[in-house]
Design a protein around this ligand. Structure first.
Ligand SMILES: [Zn+2]
Length: 366
């Protein structure tokens, strides 16, 4: 993976942990299988590369390395569609894996068809698919702006309360004011309840500035080099996925402004765009929306020279124990918080099921 890109996959953003589509498994996965974590992630990844209309899982599987009824159900579904029978299990030398693997390696850009050797038709469908992808990507932008505005508003209410009425940070957990739920959500994603009140204010101020910068970028109010480098729209379809091996498991990516400009230019891409690849085709509107908010948080570090990186993703267990000082510089904390707060926990949980109504760092109230 080149450092020129931040890339977002179903698995997360940044350096991909995806197994190669040609990857094998060491033991069986599924109903009654050995279900090793690494093997399970391989199978979950391969299954997720299969469009729903072609026997793939809908919604897509959490790639958590755990075999549950959803993963087993997805294996049954794929086998029934492609083999005409199903036992819910994939063996290293069985008939399902080659089918799954070849499918993933030849994934059609449209997400609608099985592997199709007819190149001319693929090219035609690909243009259709790109048009749809661009339309969806552009249509999420007002929603991203609205979600960020709502998050800013709720954060302002919490800050007002904190600045005027609260002696101790834990007081925010008391009473039933409307800001209490907001505070709990901010606490879930930025883990501030155990800080001193002063430190909590500093942390929340940083979060507030970051959301403000994200919104400014979306509103095209400024860019590092003046004017409006973000152009007509900050999102674009990926022109190069099929040719750049390192991006083959990526659903979205954004080049660093500090990246190799010559290389970017040669590839025909701009450091001021978030690119969506054909692997997001068939995904939900919210997947696009989540990816945009996540990538916008990364853009902030270009603007502010503060690095907002990927320390933990919402699907990882370590997300729940990540230290507060890393959270305020963790891109997924911003997208997860905005989803949780502005769009509702149900929509966040549809993307990361393990974040269904959790509270990180809960405070005991006596
Ligand atoms: Zn990222």
């Amino acid at each position: 993976m080149s450092q020129d890109f931040r890339s977002f996959s179903f698995h997360g953003c940044g350096q991909g942990n995806f197994p190669d589509p040609a990857a094998t498994i060491s033991a069986s996965v599924g109903q009654g299988g050995s279900n090793n974590s690494d093997d399970t992630i391989t199978i979950q990844t391969l299954l997720n590369n299969v469009p729903a209309g072609n026997g793939g899982p809908q919604p897509r599987l959490a790639m958590d390395g755990i075999v549950g009824k959803l993963t087993i159900g997805a294996i049954h579904r794929f086998q029934a569609r492609h083999l005409g029978w199903s036992d819910g299990r994939i063996d290293p030398d069985g008939p399902t894996l080659p089918r799954l693997r070849s499918y993933s390696a030849n994934l059609d850009a449209s997400g609608l068809d099985a592997p199709n050797p007819n190149q001319q038709r693929r090219a035609h469908v690909s243009i259709m698919a790109e048009s749809i992808r661009r339309t969806i990507a552009i249509s999420v932008l007002p929603h991203a702006r609205q979600a960020i505005r709502k998050t800013q508003y709720e954060l302002d209410l919490v800050m007002l309360k904190l600045n005027k009425e609260v002696l101790h940070i834990k007081d925010l957990f008391r009473g039933g004011g409307p800001e209490q739920r907001s505070f709990r959500v901010f606490n879930t994603h930025f883990a501030i309840a155990q800080l001193s009140t002063r430190e909590a204010k500093q942390n929340l101020n940083f979060v507030r500035e970051t959301f403000a910068t994200m919104r400014a970028i979306l509103d095209r109010r400024r860019g590092s080099f003046g004017g409006n480098p973000w152009g007509e729209t900050i999102v674009e379809v990926d022109p190069i996925t099929e040719y750049v091996k390192e991006l083959e498991h990526t659903i979205a990516y954004s080049p660093y402004q500090t990246g190799n400009q010559k290389r970017l230019t040669r590839l025909g891409i701009s450091p001021f765009r978030i690119y969506f690849t054909n692997l997001i085709d068939g995904s939900s509107f919210d997947r696009y929306l989540y990816a945009v908010i996540h990538e916008l948080a990364h853009f902030v570090d270009d603007e502010k020279k503060v690095k907002i990186e990927d320390h933990a993703y919402g699907f990882q267990e370590k997300y729940k124990t990540l230290a507060h000082n890393l959270r305020i510089r963790n891109a997924d904390c911003y997208s997860a918080a905005a989803f949780d707060l502005a769009l509702g926990n149900a929509r966040l949980a549809a993307i990361y099921p393990n974040l269904r109504v959790i509270e990180i760092d809960p405070v005991i109230i006596h």
